[in-house]
Design a protein around this ligand. Structure first.
Ligand code: APR
Length: 248
C-alpha cells in the first residue's frame, strides 16, 4: 500500500469499526500551531543554557528564578498559540468512537483547548504548578511573581512538568499502558518515538493485535496492515482520516 489515498481509506475503514482508540501524540502535532520543541525553543538568550539548567531538579535548586522565567515564557507562547486541525480532528474523533484515550507527551494544553476530554499528560503541563512542600497542584498562581509561591502555604512552587532525570507520573503511565493493552486501534502522531514509553507503546499495541498507525513527517519504513505508516503533516492527514471514517 503506497498510495496515500489508499492507506487513508484502509485505515479509516478500520477506525469506523473501532471499540477503543488509543492515541499518543508528541511535539509534531503542535508544530503546526507554532509551538517549538524543547530544543527549538532554546533560541536567543536561552541558547546559552544547558538544557539541564532549565529542566532538571538540580537546575531548579541552583537557580529557580531562571527556570521559572523559561517556563513562564513557554506558557505565554502556548497560551498565544491556537490548536490546529490535527488537534480538532482528534477532538472530533473522540465524539464518534465508543472510547478514545488520548495520551500526550506535550505540555502545551492544546488538546484540551481543541475540546479533547480526559487527556493523559505524560510529561505534565505548562499550565500547572506544584507546591514544593506538599505536592499540591495549582492551575492559577500569581503570574506576576518571578518566583511564584503556593497560594495556600507560601512554599515555593515548581512547574508541574517532568524534568530530565525524573520519573513519569505513575498514574498517567499506568493509564497509558492500560489503554495500549486494551485498544483495538493505536495511533502514534508527531512523535519521534525515541524516548520511553513512546518507543514501546506502538510495538506493544501491535503485539496485542491492534491496528497501528504511525504518522509523522520523517521517512518511515514500508509497512502493511495491521501496521500503517504515513509521512505527512498531522494537520493535513488527520482531518482527512477522520472525515473519511466519519463524514458527518
Ligand atoms: N506533523 C506530523 N509530525 C511532525 C510534524 C507535523 N507537522 N512536525 C514534526 N513532526 C514529527 C517529526 O518528524 C518528529 O518525528 O514529530 C516528531 C517530533 O519528535 P520530537 O521533537 O522528538 O518530539 P517528541 O517525540 O514529542 O519528544 C518526546 O522528548 O525531547 C523530549 O521534551 C521532549 O517531551 C519531548 C520528548
Amino acid at each position: 500500500m503506497d498510495n496515500l489515498d489508499t492507506v487513508i481509506a484502509a485505515f479509516a475503514n478500520r477506525l469506523r469499526l473501532a471499540h477503543h482508540v488509543a492515541v499518543l501524540t508528541g511535539a509534531g502535532i503542535s508544530a503546526e500551531s507554532g509551538i517549538p520543541t524543547f530544543r527549538d525553543a532554546q533560541t536567543g538568550l536561552w541558547s546559552h543554557f544547558d538544557p539541564e539548567e532549565l529542566a532538571s531538579p538540580a537546575g531548579f535548586a541552583r537557580n529557580p528564578t531562571l527556570v521559572w522565567r523559561w517556563y513562564a515564557e513557554r506558557r505565554v507562547k502556548a497560551c498565544a498559540a491556537q490548536p490546529n486541525p490535527a488537534h480538532y480532528a482528534l477532538a472530533k474523533l473522540d465524539k464518534h468512537v465508543p472510547r478514545l484515550t488520548l495520551i500526550t507527551q506535550n505540555i502545551d494544553g492544546l488538546h484540551q483547548r481543541a475540546g479533547s476530554r480526559n487527556v493523559i499528560e505524560l510529561h505534565g503541563s505548562l499550565h500547572r504548578a506544584r507546591c514544593m512542600a506538599d505536592g499540591s497542584l495549582h492551575t492559577t498562581w500569581d503570574y506576576a511573581e518571578e518566583l511564584p509561591h503556593c497560594p495556600d502555604c507560601g512554599a515555593l512552587l515548581r512547574p508541574d512538568v517532568v524534568w530530565f532525570g525524573e520519573m513519569l507520573p505513575q498514574t498517567a503511565l499506568e493509564k497509558a499502558w492500560a489503554a495500549t493493552l486494551d485498544c483495538d486501534i493505536f495511533m502514534s502522531i508527531g512523535t519521534s518515538g525515541v524516548v520511553e514509553p513512546a518507543a514501546s507503546l506502538p510495538r506493544i499495541a501491535l503485539s496485542r493485535n491492534a491496528t497501528v498507525l504511525i504518522l509523522n513527517l520523517e521517512q518511515q519504513t514500508a509497512a502493511r496492515p495491521p501496521l500503517f505508516t504515513i509521512n505527512g503533516k498531522a494537520g493535513e492527514i488527520l482531518p482527512r482520516i477522520v472525515k473519511m471514517a466519519f463524514p458527518v
